[in-house]
Design a binder for this molecule. Structure first.
Ligand code: SAH
Length: 235
């Protein structure tokens, strides 16, 4: 039933039944469903990505004090000057990665709170994720265990070096921006594999999709983005 039809009723008639104009507009949709609708209007089309994002509890990845913002389409602070990525960006990067087809293994650089890790874990065979800030990595591990996502391995390390022991990867996704694409990540990409990575300085970053072919690395521009920097060393 279109809620607009109900607006022909007088305010007092609606209130007599416990409705307000406010809750009529939103009564049928949960915050996560509204977020998914917004992602669709922004051009995300992969039904699996949208479905996993609808059912993954983003509020578990952020501080309780921010939980009323959990399903809003913007980044939020997660401590240590870092952020949980905007849902649109998570969806866009995941969709671009999955364009290559079914993926058995993916390396993520920048675990952060583990939200992108959780989305990937439900869509690919195995996820390896590295994070340079130990406390963030430990907390992400607890959340992923709590959700029963046991096809994930986390490591406290500097993602500039990738994770050589588990390479090659069919997909690599980087959630912090270096100035240039790290050589190790290109080397650890499987033949036919796909690397999604933001590069550039603050306010001048672009998101790249790089596909490794037999003879070269093909590079595609996905658009302007704004990520935290990929820092060197551990904390
Ligand atoms: N994937 C996260 C995004 C976190 S923000 C999400 O789902 O929301 C980016 C993360 O990259 C931060 O946690 C930051 O500490 C981490 N990071 C920055 N430089 C890094 C490096 N060299 N190696 C590994 N992680 C790094």
């Amino acid at each position: 039933m279109a809620t607009d039809n109900l607006f022909k009723y007088e305010k007092r008639e609606l209130e007599a039944f416990g409705f307000s104009r406010q809750n009529l507009r939103h009564s049928s949709k949960s915050p996560s469903e509204r977020l998914i609708e917004e992602l669709r209007t922004q051009g995300i089309v992969n039904a699996k990505v949208l479905d996993i994002m609808r059912t993954t509890p983003r509020h578990l990845f952020i501080d309780e004090a921010l939980s009323s913002h959990a399903y809003a389409n913007y980044p939020l602070p997660i401590g240590y000057g870092q952020t949980i990525s905007q849902p649109y960006i998570v969806a866009r990067m995941t969709e671009a990665l999955l364009n290559q087809g079914k993926l058995d293994n993916v390396l993520e650089v920048g675990t952060g709170c583990g939200y992108q890790t959780a989305i990937l874990a439900q869509l690919v065979g195995k996820v390896y994720s590295v994070e340079r800030i130990k406390t963030l990595s430990d907390k992400a591990r607890d959340r992923l265990n709590f959700l029963g996502l046991n096809n994930v391995q986390l490591q406290h390390s500097d993602g500039h070096w990738g994770w050589a022991e588990q390479a090659p990867y069919q997909g690599i996704i980087v959630t912090a921006a270096p100035l240039n694409v790290p050589e190790a990540l290109l080397e650890q990409l499987a033949l036919g594999g796909c690397l999604i990575i933001p590069v550039g300085q603050k306010n001048e970053q672009i998101l790249l999709q790089i596909i490794r072919t037999r003879t070269q690395y093909e590079q595609y521009l996905l658009g302007p983005v704004n990520f935290v920097p990929l820092h060197k060393g551990l904390k």
